[in-house]
Ligand binder design. Structure first.
Ligand SMILES: Nc1ncnc2c1ncn2[C@@H]1O[C@H](COP(=O)(O)OP(=O)(O)OP(=O)(O)O)[C@@H](O)[C@H]1O
Ligand SMILES: [Mg+2]
Length: 372
């Protein structure tokens, strides 16, 4: 993946942005609050994803603009493609999105065309933060390899919300359990599928991440990442998610039903699973140092890029938002080494941190960009 040419207008504080990217290294440098992260956010939206800052279009439109428009050309291993995305303040519901001139029904239709891996300072919490952060990381990674996975996790979430609502109503005597059987069957089907895909992804992640972690710790430390299921005691070697695993999942849900009703929500399921990270056999969440967390997070993200490259035979574009200042010299050079050959966009306030690397330097000031 190589991003080539990017135009942005009216997106947050960006205006008249017209960037011709370097095929490898692009440094976006500027003081705080000038629009560096806004550029990465816009590129990320072009990959079909939701904003990594959780923003909706209403917030993304520049405060004095009547809409925003983005245009991006990029090259994958086969051809050059073109994405456009435009929204008007007056017609927020009718976003105009095109891929190679063809209109798409929604921005998520772009999913699967352009692959990026983003790394923000929040990602440094990957091994330390709540299980939800690791589940999202895993789900995003899986969906980059299998585009249809996204619809399953979205649907699982919708059905789970309905089930939880009803559980609350049963607990307070306002409802009976009439719908639970139907929802349980659907959750079991989807949950079994999600478990298998996540488990398989974790195995790849474990392999890639362990090798990289051994390198960053000069062979002294061993990182392991295990998928921890709240439903299945063993997933190794099991593939029949439609029958065998779905039946076991359903059985578990039904056995837990009384507990779920008492709690008012679904206590077990893929929405409570975790990726358990350990170093030398010690569970990171309880024992790891700050530096070990940083290395592990860095390496999990790097592994995401490596696995994507391996499976699609096309390296993703790497977006590094403000991470250089968060890393020490040795981790900075480690990551730069490991992503060489991939196209990278780096934002930073202090250009000294990246001065000795070859590429293009862009200055970002009050929402506009100039190439040095
Ligand atoms: N909808 C909007 N309309 C206009 N300006 C906006 C909008 N949303 C955000 N901004 C402005 O964008 C700027 C922040 O941009 P961004 O987050 O890209 O900064 P940055 O250059 O990455 O800074 P830092 O180095 O602090 O991370 C702020 O000045 C903010 O007021
Ligand atoms: Mg920023």
């Amino acid at each position: 993946m190589k991003l080539k040419h990017f135009l942005a207008e009216g997106f947050r504080n960006l205006h008249d942005v017209d960037i011709a990217f370097h095929p490898e290294l692009n440094i976006l440098c500027g003081k705080n609050a000038q629009g560096k992260t806004n550029i990465l956010e816009a590129l990320w939206l072009c990959s079909g994803e939701r904003s990594f800052r959780g923003a909706k279009d209403k917030e993304l439109i520049g405060k004095d603009a009547d809409g925003y428009s983005l245009s991006l050309s990029f090259e994958d291993k086969r051809r050059t493609q073109q994405i456009t995305c435009a929204v008007k303040r007056q017609e927020l519901r009718t976003k105009k999105v095109t891929l190679n001139g063809v209109s798409l029904r929604s921005q998520s239709g772009l999913f699967g065309a352009l692959e990026c891996v983003i790394f923000t300072p929040e990602d440094l919490e990957l091994s330390k933060g709540s299980p939800e952060i690791r589940r999202s990381f895993c789900d995003l990674s899986v969906s980059q390899l299998k585009t249809s996975y996204r619809a399953v996790t979205d649907k699982y979430r919708r059905i789970l919300d309905q089930r939880n609502n009803q559980l609350k109503n049963i607990a307070s005597g306002r409802s009976d359990d009439s719908m639970l059987d139907i929802w349980d069957a659907q959750l079991a089907q989807m949950g079994a599928y999600i478990s298998v895909l996540r488990f398989n992804y974790c195995k790849k992640l474990q392999k890639t991440a362990a090798a990289l972690y051994s390198e960053i710790s000069s062979g002294n430390e061993q990182l392991t990442i295990d998928y921890h299921s709240t439903i299945f005691s063993e997933l190794e070697g099991r593939v029949d998610y439609k029958n065998d695993l779905a039946a076991e999942y359903l059985d578990r849900l039904q056995k837990n039903r009384a507990d779920d009703i008492r709690a008012g929500f679904t206590l077990r399921g893929v929405h409570r699973d975790d990726l358990r990270c350990s170093i030398n056999g010690m569970y990171m969440k309880d024992y790891a140092s700050q530096g070990q967390h940083r290395s592990a997070a860095l390496i999990m993200k790097l592994s995401q890029a490596y696995i994507l490259t391996e499976e699609t035979d096309d390296p993703p574009c790497i977006l590094l938002d403000d991470v250089m200042s968060e890393l020490d010299v040795s981790r900075r050079s480690f990551i730069m080494n490991k992503i060489s050959g991939m196209q990278v966009m780096i934002t930073c306030c202090d250009e000294e941190l990246v001065r000795h690397y070859n590429g293009k330097l862009f200055r970002v000031e009050q929402g506009s960009v100039t190439e040095e």
